[in-house]
Design a protein around this ligand. Structure first.
Ligand code: FES
Length: 137
């Protein structure tokens, strides 16, 4: 990702606090962005770089509260938004690692598919930036 795009994304993140809309958005109800229960335990969460933009919109997935998931950060998985192990292919020279995560309660969650969210693995609205919308046709 270019430095200019990264700076624009960081600036926009600082300026606004995005509201996270879940499947209940049809009712107009909004919720805050969910928390990854493993965020403080998994060092992969500390990776500064973002992966390649895979899609310009999030993907809704039903998640079980007792299960641990791996969210694809590199953007190369064929099982988006989750990791399929593609990053292990040494020929691709991918340094990014998946983000392991758990949710507080079972339900439908919007997972980031643009790989630029600052609330990994959850969509925080960053995909609405023009740079991301134009990155994928
Ligand atoms: S898809 Fe919404 S922030 Fe990435």
């Amino acid at each position: 990702m270019s430095i200019i795009l990264r700076r624009n994304l960081q600036a926009s993140t600082l300026v606004k606090q995005f509201l996270y809309r879940t499947s209940s958005s049809t009712t107009g109800e909004s919720k805050t962005i969910p928390k990854n229960l493993l965020e403080d335990n998994q060092t992969a969460s500390l990776q500064k770089e973002n992966g390649a933009v895979f899609d310009k919109r999030p993907f809704k997935l039903h998640l079980d509260k007792d299960k641990t998931y791996s969210w694809c950060l590199c953007g190369k998985s064929k099982s988006q938004p989750l990791c399929d192990g593609t990053h292990k292919n040494t020929f691709l020279k991918i340094k990014l690692r998946p983000i392991r995560f758990k949710v507080e309660k079972s339900g439908d969650y919007w997972l980031c598919n643009c790989k630029q969210t600052t609330h990994r693995p959850f969509c925080d609205g960053t995909h609405k930036q023009p740079e991301i919308q134009s990155a994928v046709k």
